[in-house]
Design a protein around this ligand. Structure first.
Ligand SMILES: Cc1cc2nc3c(=O)[nH]c(=O)nc-3n(C[C@H](O)[C@H](O)[C@H](O)COP(=O)(O)OP(=O)(O)OC[C@H]3O[C@@H](n4cnc5c(N)ncnc54)[C@H](O)[C@@H]3O)c2cc1C
Length: 382
């Protein structure tokens, strides 16, 4: 029997997230978009409300929520502002490989404090010369006695300037390529860690994106997550868990664009009738609704599979691809429906269109999702 009804707990989280988003995020979204100021107050309140770090297991003080729960929350937050949502979700991405690969002691050290106090984390994998091609990273971690010495640069790191710790992928054995990669936690303020300037991005401007430089940064052996050579696996393992959540945020932005468009189309008059009476606009709204609903179903299915412990790499890629491309198309159509007003900062939809673009780029570009999906389709024959 297939059941699409959220559980009582999921409905409660959806309500909590929706009310939080409407009360705390929506009124300040334009301010953070305009100024690029990091949303400290909102992120702290979200942490107090239990909307951050939701997947940290209960034995480390967290709620141990599933990926589907995270998707339901992420859609609501992003519908109000996906820039602030990304600032909040960066913790999830940094924590995911730690949940998968860290020892009990490491989880007590790095995950439990995220629940006990308001703290932030970042996932530092991309480099100036290697984004899609993660195997091309150059950052090294040289073992010296009971320590590692890290050297190299990371680029486009969300929460780069605000994190209390960084999940860092580096080559502990450069001769072995991806199999020579190990994962480390580098705490904020480690000597030799330099934080770059905040990048001025097209959209999601509340989120803090920066480059990082590692100049002989020393971390003890106990900061290595997983065995030597397991870094690639851990860094990639995060994506099955986080891609559905990112895709859910794209659904939230697209949904918001659709809702704004419907309201506007019923009010705006041309040729003596509301523009929603013109079939060209009405069909655009229908297609927007079609794609938002289809994306949400793919997102929920991918999340459901991850929560059941089933392999979901292709499903997560499909959900991310569909939701990201839908988000870009639907927000662009929203600008079209608003006409000249859509192109103006006084109206809400140009922000949504700017915010949408990044969903086709981060957490694996839409081309990389097609690559993953095509391999699965060819292998499975369907
Ligand atoms: C705002 C923002 C936040 C980010 N946050 C983080 C973060 O927190 N942590 C982190 O580690 N990274 C982060 N990233 C990095 C992001 O994941 C990368 O930018 C992304 O993976 C693409 O890598 P790239 O920019 O090097 O582009 P490239 O890999 O150079 O790709 C350039 C173009 O070529 C295409 N392409 C590349 N390879 C192929 C191929 N094999 N087949 C077909 N097309 C291909 C791509 O799709 C893209 O269109 C962030 C980026 C941005 C912009």
């Amino acid at each position: 029997m297939i059941d699409f009804s959220p559980t009582e707990d999921q409905l409660a989280f959806q309500k909590l997230a929706r009310e939080f988003a409407q009360k705390e995020i929506a009124p300040k979204a334009a301010h953070h978009d305009e100024t690029g100021e990091y949303p400290w107050e909102i992120a702290r309140k979200a942490w107090e409300a239990g909307l951050l770090n939701t997947h940290i297991p209960q034995e480390y003080g967290g709620m141990g929520l599933g990926v589907l729960d995270g998707c339901i929350i992420a859609e609501e937050i992003a519908a109000a502002c996906s820039g602030i949502g990304t600032a909040m979700e960066a913790n999830t991405l940094a924590e995911a490989p730690v949940i998968v690969g860290a020892t009990d002691e490491q989880k007590r050290k790095w995950l439990a404090p995220m629940v006990e106090e308001f703290r932030l984390a970042a996932y530092a994998v991309t480099e100036p010369g290697a984004g899609s091609d993660v195997a091309g990273i150059r950052t090294t971690a040289r073992k010296v006695g009971n320590e590692y010495v890290i050297n190299g640069s990371k680029m486009w790191i969300t929460n780069g300037g605000v994190a209390d710790w960084y999940f860092v992928l580096a080559l502990s054995d450069p001769s072995r390529g991806a199999r020579g990669m190990s994962a480390f936690i580098v705490p904020k303020g480690a000597p030799g860690l330099e934080i770059g300037k905040k990048e001025q991005n097209l959209g999601q401007r509340a989120s803090d994106t920066r480059g990082l430089s590692f100049n002989d940064v020393v971390v003890p052996l106990e900061n290595r997550i997983g065995a030597e050579g397991r870094g690639w696996f851990l860094a990639m393992s995060a994506f099955d868990h986080t891609r559905p959540v990112v895709a859910a945020a794209a659904v939230g932005v697209a949904r918001s664009a659709l809702e704004h468009s419907v309201r506007y189309a019923k009010e705006r008059m041309t040729f003596g009738v509301p523009i929603s009476s013109h079939q060209a606009i009405a069909f655009m709204l229908a297609e927007m609704a079609r794609d938002v609903e289809a994306s949400r179903l793919l997102v929920w299915r991918a999340a459901w599979r991850v929560d059941r412990g089933e392999s979901a790499q292709a499903e997560a890629a499909l959900a991310k691809l569909m939701a990201a491309d839908t988000c870009m198309r639907v927000t662009t159509d929203a600008v079209q429906i608003f006409g000249g007003y859509g192109y103006n900062r006084e109206y809400p939809v140009e922000k949504l269109m700017r915010d949408a673009k990044i969903f086709q780029i981060y957490e694996g570009t839409s081309q990389i999702q097609r690559h993953i999906l095509s391999k699965a389709v060819i292998k499975r024959g369907r």
